[in-house]
Design a binder for this molecule. Structure first.
Ligand code: XMP
Length: 525
């Protein structure tokens, strides 16, 4: 498979570079900058891109750290560099920002830390006919974000772009196919950025745009088939997008050898259990076991009010139920898991993944003595969604908002009883219906209802009531690490409030949560 390696120097846009390359239908992987030359050669890349970096060539005393991985121990007092010999491989190289400075530094040019800082949009002049800028205008807008600058270019290179404040905004050596640009082509603020990447991929590296969802399905299916070789495979279905798409992909490869076990803890949103069942039973020929374990989970949760204890109980019980069912299926050697590329990157680019506990469906047992199949390991979330569509899932399913593994139990403050669960389900259903009716569902990260453990006084039809309030929560977020509350239109809130109070027994008040994360969290427990 043709591929482009992005060597990650910790720049804020490193992931985005790989995504842009993939959007152009060439497979791209992000690897740490200190990946060995042999490991790079083994991948047989068509091209290599050096990312930006918070580091500096010119810094004398310098600690390099980023939030994904800590390289500071190895690279204290030294700017991160590429393995020696990388320029002799004959593979085209594109250095972006720090990447260009590194090329300059390593090939005998000079980088200065005392030049002018530049952040934001600027106009750039293209100075020479360069294959990197094919089809571009003489002057283009680009996005800059740098402190250091190239003051002397390496031997054999030409300056190919400059800005009013930066004489060297781009360099190129056509014979060696090595290029550097100070600006960021991967961000939308560089309008011709995709053209530049296209030129690099298709003209300079000679790639073809062949990495499509269909090719992913075909490649993955062949590889899974080859791995499984007639043995049985199981999949723990949570009903979420990742496990659903994983299951469909594995099903495509091994058909009836796969059994999906949907452990339904009864704590899903209104109607979701039926939706999962319908998806699998009606649309796909798949071995599907629906374990209706609501009573089992609720009896374990009886009298439990502590949030962490709830999570623990649900996680453990999930494992027990899953194990019981898995044991009934003979000759099982593999478990399907929906690990995504972002998880792989987070746990250390390219090296064996440490799987986050929340990701493996409530933490499946470590002692299961079972091998993992992770068909989405190479994909970003939006790619998984596209794959889901290609595999026959509806937009409605692939675009679902994130939902926590412990389900509504962590949105019911205090004890989870049948009655309280029913109240929350009905209120939550109304929140979602109104969000969808206002065409906000896809624009919001998460929107839901919470049931607190208090009651307040109200008056309904001349009668005093003493009932629960419902909290509406709607947040926007990029990655769930931080979140901001959504400024929902008053009319939408009004409709939710009046419908919840009128339609849900046991509720006499509706409030809106206007806290962001931090200091609050998205969920209430
Ligand atoms: P918090 O409440 O920590 O939530 O701001 C961040 C994101 O994680 C989801 N979440 C969970 N997902 N198991 C999960 O699979 C969990 O135990 C869990 N707790 C929170 C939450 O819905 C939000 O998207």
């Amino acid at each position: 498979m043709e591929n482009i390696i992005v060597l990650d120097f910790g720049g804020q846009y490193s992931q985005l570079i790989a995504r842009r390359v993939r959007e152009l239908r060439v497979y791209s992987e992000l690897l740490p900058f200190n990946t060995s030359l042999d490991a790079i050669k083994e991948k047989n890349p068509s091209g290599i891109i050096f990312s930006g970096s918070p580091g500096s060539i010119s810094a004398k005393n310098y600690t390099y750290q980023n939030n994904k991985q800590d390289y500071s121990i190895e690279y204290k007092n030294k700017a991160p560099e590429v393995p020696a010999g990388i320029f002799e491989l004959g593979i085209p190289v594109l250095g972006i920002c720090y990447g260009m400075q590194l090329i300059t530094h390593l090939l005998g040019g000079e980088v200065s830390g005392s030049g002018s800082n530049e952040f934001g949009k600027t106009e750039m002049d293209l100075l020479a006919e360069s294959p990197l800028f094919k089809g571009l205008k003489q002057t283009e807008v680009c996005w800059m974000s740098h402190r250091d600058s190239v003051v002397k270019i390496p031997y054999g290179f030409k300056v190919i772009a400059s800005t009013p404040t930066l004489p060297v905004a781009g360099i190129g050596n056509n014979d060696k196919k090595i290029y550097g640009i100070q600006f960021h082509p991967e961000v939308i603020h560089t309008p011709s950025g995709m053209e530049i990447l296209k030129n690099f991929l298709f003209d300079i590296c000679g790639c073809t745009p062949s990495w499509t969802m269909v090719s992913i399905i075909e490649n993955q299916a062949a590889s899974i088939k080859n791995t499984v070789r007639g043995r049985n495979v199981i999949c723990a279905l949570s009903g979420g997008v990742d496990s659903t798409v994983s299951a469909l992909l594995v099903n495509k490869a091994v058909g009836r050898k796969l059994t999906c076990i949907f452990v339904d803890h009864g704590l899903l949103r209104y109607g979701e259990d039926q939706q999962v069942e319908k998806t699998f039973r009606e649309n796909f020929k798949i071995n599907f076991i629906h374990i209706k374990a609501k009573e089992r989970f609720l009896s374990k949760l009886k009298d439990v009010t502590d949030p962490e204890e709830k999570r623990k109980i649900i996680g453990n019980e999930f494992i027990r139920v899953f194990e019981e069912e898995a044991r009934k299926i003979k000759n099982v050697e593999y478990l399907v898991q929906g690990t995504l590329y972002s998880d792989v990157i987070e746990s250390g680019t390219g090296v064996a993944a440490k799987i986050k506990s929340h990701h493996n469906v409530g933490g499946l047992p470590a002692d299961m003595n079972i091998k993992l199949i992770e068909p989405l390991r190479l994909l970003f979330k939006d790619e998984v969604r596209k794959l889901g569509i290609e595999l026959g899932l509806s937009e409605e399913i692939v675009r679902r908002q994130p939902f926590p593994g412990p389900g509504l139990a962590i949105r019911i403050i205090g004890e989870v009883t049948h009655e309280r669960l029913e109240i929350l389900k009905m209120a939550d259903r109304i929140v979602l219906e109104e969000i969808k009716r206002a065409d906000l569902y896809q624009k919001i990260w998460q929107s839901f209802a919470v049931l607190p453990a208090i009651k307040s006084v109200g008056v309904m039809g001349d009668e005093r009531t003493y009932a629960y309030p419902i909290v509406i929560r709607a947040v926007n977020s990029e990655d769930a690490m931080t979140a901001d509350w959504v400024r929902l239109p008053y009319e939408v809130m009004e409709r939710m409030s009046s419908r919840i109070i009128n339609e849900v027994d046991g509720v006499n008040r509706v409030v809106y949560d206007i806290s962001s994360k931090p200091p609050s969290t998205i969920e209430w427990e």
